[in-house]
Design a protein around this ligand. Structure first.
Ligand SMILES: NC(=O)c1ccc[n+]([C@@H]2O[C@H](COP(=O)([O-])OP(=O)(O)OC[C@H]3O[C@@H](n4cnc5c(N)ncnc54)[C@H](OP(=O)(O)O)[C@@H]3O)[C@@H](O)[C@H]2O)c1
Length: 223
């Protein structure tokens, strides 16, 4: 039987790369996508196991449509993509800057919007939010807002797209220590990769949020 195909948008760095390594080691056919072709090519070569790459700017609708059409049928998609711009709190982030950072929401939306046409009906989509939706931090209130929006998007898409499964992984600050946490281990990209692959592999999980944040109880992280 042919191995299932996993597309990782944002697969060339950190959490996405860790997801690619995990998925490939479990026998999935991985496609890493991002903007830097040279980086993607090297990663696909190193992964082996039928891995390939696709150069795409996920902010460009036309490019995303083409990618999904060419790669279809896709079994699983993981969205570990980042957006340009910087934001901090709602009171410190201009509307223009906020719109730029919010592109991350729209990149996720675009994939969900197009999913039915390009995915196996029993596949899955995993999004990334962030622990600031659960434990708001005044200085990062815009991030909490964005992450909460991505979680709401996933919950509603899980209903809309079923039986396709839609889930979210919510990381704490990677390698950062929250003020209050339940376990000493600080989440690293590999922990996020493992969480995403566990959601991909489990046919009974949809409309779920998996917190991978060391049991964070209060934000304001330090290094
Ligand atoms: N780091 C944390 O502590 C933390 C905590 C919670 C949530 N998050 C969120 O989790 C996600 C993953 O974080 P990370 O640290 O793994 O991010 P990262 O290291 O910045 O990686 C982002 C990936 O997205 C790709 N990318 C960026 N813009 C793109 C575009 N327009 N089109 C296609 N690909 C694009 C990048 O490759 P190219 O640049 O080559 O395109 C790269 O592969 C991000 O959304 C981040 O905001 C991070």
């Amino acid at each position: 039987m042919k191995a299932e195909k996993v597309l990782i948008v944002g697969g060339s760095s950190s959490m996405g790369l860790a997801t690619a390594v995990q998925a490939s080691s479990k026998g999935f056919r991985v496609v890493v996508a991002g903007r830097n072709e040279e980086k993607l090519r090297q990663i696909a070569n190193n992964l082996g196991n039928q891995a390939s790459y696709y150069q795409v700017d996920a902010m460009e609708e036309k490019q995303v449509v083409e990618m999904l059409r060419e790669l279809a049928p896709i079994d699983h998609i993981a969205m570990t993509v980042n957006a340009p711009g910087s934001a901090t709190s709602i009171s410190n982030t201009s509307t223009e800057e906020a719109k730029l950072v919010f592109e991350r929401f729209w990149m996720n939306y675009r994939i969900l919007n197009l999913a039915r046409e390009c995915m196996s009906p029993n596949g899955s989509i995993s999004l990334i939010s962030g622990s600031s939706s659960k434990t708001p931090v005044a200085q990062y209130s815009f991030w909490g807002t964005l992450h909460g929006s991505i979680e709401a998007l996933a919950r509603n898409a899980a209903l809309d797209l079923a039986p396709l499964r839609v889930n979210v992984v919510s990381p704490g600050g990677i390698g950062l220590k929250p003020d209050r946490q339940l376990v000493e281990h600080l989440g690293m990209p590999e922990d996020i990769g493992k969480a995403i692959v566990s959601l991909i592999e489990n046919p009974a999980i949809s409309n779920a949020k998996l917190d991978v944040d060391s049991g964070e109880r209060q934000g304001t992280w330090s290094g």
